[in-house]
Design a protein around this ligand. Structure first.
Ligand code: MN
Length: 132
């Protein structure tokens, strides 16, 4: 089975490291980046199973990035889960309106984080699996 790859977009280095560590410890490949612009490039040309998208980013923000991902046929099928800060009221609703599949509140709960991520992962593709 191919390891699932998660694109993590987060400009806070400590959060990026924490999220990447938890995902890596659970067997996921992590493609980290701290800008929406780089995330869009990665999503178009790399194999990405899920995107975790911070909303507050330098340059293009996460909401605009989600809209662009969802309007592009190359990337619209990849689920996006927003990382939303508790203090930023309205971000969850805006993230859902922009096309995210859900959101995970920051600071993240390290006990439930992986289950929250797994809940949004697409099912394993039938083709190319084991036994061939
Ligand atoms: Mn941020």
């Amino acid at each position: 089975m191919r390891p699932r790859c998660i694109l993590v977009v987060e400009d806070n280095p400590l959060n990026l490291e924490l999220v990447s560590d938890i995902l890596g410890a659970s067997g996921f490949l992590v493609r980290p980046t701290d800008t929406a612009e780089d995330a869009l490039r990665a999503a178009r040309c790399e194999t990405i199973d899920l995107i975790l998208m911070d909303i507050g980013l330098p340059g293009m923000d996460g909401l605009e990035a989600i809209r662009l991902l969802k309007s592009d046929p190359r990337t619209r099928e990849v689920p996006v889960v927003a990382l939303t800060a508790h203090a930023m009221r309205g971000d969850r609703e805006r993230a859902l309106e922009a096309g995210s599949a859900g959101y995970i509140a920051k600071p993240i709960d390290t006990r439930t984080f992986i289950d929250q991520v797994r809940a949004h992962l697409p099912a394993e593709p039938a083709e190319g699996g084991s036994g061939r």
